[in-house]
Design a protein around this ligand. Structure first.
Ligand code: GDP
Length: 294
């Protein structure tokens, strides 16, 4: 988070320079938050809220306002009584569907999550449902070998819903706890992609009535406001249960977490902080905000 932290350090600098709060202070604060990709709508709401709070609590010194800002950010990121843990239960086959456009880090995230769940003692299986992108199946197999989990696959070009159907039956035969399903992420034909996802969901819920237990949208934090528009497009048709935000290690624009959470009302459940197996972490709003200002 070093780079994002750099962007937020400007808030601390602002607080030092201003001491007393005035309109210019708020304007500069808005600029800093926008440059960290918090998003214009969210920044406006946040700063309005902050002004009201300052008035109500009769806060005049900038350094007294900073904890209020942190608190507001945590509140925004947590929603109301929000649970960011995965909906995984013992004694059933848990099915997690991953969606998102190519290049965001979907395959890598599936590999990391397989590793995480395996080290928690779960038996994990992967289904290579991206039958469209050249190399996608191989790449998932590389992760399968690295982590030591089986990958269910068919040839490139085959019906992804059929691969996932296979995955469910294999998972049952192996008494697996969790099936992680990859899907295609081609953006060239959005209507087809959304229809494909709908078909996959139908097949899954026909086999396992309350599944998929999670539909996770993977987004690349370095793409900033683009990630936000992808999230909006997917949330319209895919009934998302959570977001995994990748590449937070490489961007000064981690404020996008705040924008996504505020504008979509879908929880950010995990964040990717690198390319290695262990670089996936559950998202924790307090820790995140603390790291920004620590
Ligand atoms: P997919 O097309 O969505 O399946 O994307 P990939 O999983 O192939 O990832 C695309 C690139 O992003 C690869 O080079 C990954 O190593 C890299 N990547 C994925 N997640 C992260 C992350 O959290 N941090 C960094 N720095 N790179 C990542």
């Amino acid at each position: 988070l070093m780079k994002t932290r750099g962007a937020f350090e400007k808030v601390e600098d602002l607080v030092r320079r201003y001491k007393r709060i005035d309109d210019e202070f708020y304007e500069e604060l808005e600029d800093i938050l926008i440059s960290a990709d918090v998003g214009v709508n969210t920044v406006m709401e946040l700063v309005d809220d902050l002004r009201n709070e300052a008035r109500k609590q009769r806060i005049e010194n900038a350094h007294e306002l900073q904890p209020v800002l942190s608190e507001k950010l945590v509140g925004l990121l947590q929603g109301k009584d929000e649970d960011t843990s995965l909906n995984i239960e013992d004694g059933r086959l848990n099915i997690i569907l991953f969606v998102g456009v190519n290049g965001v880090g979907k395959t890598t995230t599936i590999g990391k999550m397989a590793h995480m769940l395996k080290s928690q003692g779960k038996k994990v299986l992967l289904a290579a449902g991206d039958t469209f992108r050249a190399g996608a199946i191989d790449q998932l197999e590389v992760w399968g070998e690295r982590v030591g989990v089986e990958v269910v696959k068919q040839q490139q070009g085959s019906d992804p819903a059929a691969v996932i159907y296979d995955g469910i039956h294999t998972a049952r035969a192996r008494k697996a706890d969790v099936l992680l399903c990859d899907t295609a992420g081609r953006l060239q034909n959005k209507v087809n992609l959304m229809e494909e996802l709908a078909k996959i969901k139908r097949v899954i819920s026909r086999e396992v009535p309350d599944a998929p237990h999670e539909t996770l949208l993977v987004l690349d934090a370095t793409t900033g406001q683009n990630a936000l528009s992808q999230a909006k497009a997917f949330s319209q048709s895919a009934e998302l249960s959570g977001i995994v935000l990748t590449k937070l290690d490489g961007t000064a624009k981690g404020g996008i977490v705040i924008a996504i959470r505020n504008e979509l009302q879908v929880p950010v459940k995990y964040v990717g902080l690198g390319e290695k197996m262990d670089d996936l972490q559950p998202f924790n709003a307090e820790q995140f905000v603390h790291a920004l200002f620590a």
